[in-house]
Design a protein around this ligand. Sequence first.
Ligand SMILES: [Zn+2]
Length: 140
Amino acid sequence: MADKYMLALARHEQAKQKVDGLSRRIGLAISRCQVVVKSEDYSLPNNERAELWDDKTGKHKTHLWQAFQVLEPSSCGYGEVHLCEDGMLEYLRPSNDGCRHCYRAYMLIKQRKLARAELGRARLAIRALGKQAMKEVGNV
Ligand SMILES: [Zn+2]
């Protein structure tokens, strides 16, 4: 029978695998974006391919990247803000002329955010057990 330590470790491992799996799927979705595909087309002139990269971050200027750059007037009337979650979805939505690969990546990123929160909770649970164990066995 699994004890509380095994359960905590299994919970952590499960959460870690979920985060890692989502990260792989995000990478795969982004690699299918036409901006990334085009950047790997070596028949294109260098300057044309270079324009597909953001020098500051070293990342491709995917549609997802573009959506993160969009600024719109803030609702309070002062300054500009980045797109909210609904705005991002609207910008990337394939039925709205968006990129289905970047849309998928964004949906997966949202899932990963939740999975990372669970991973954080699982890590805290292990730490709590560790503190409890230290009290019982003292310094090892
Ligand atoms: Zn894209």
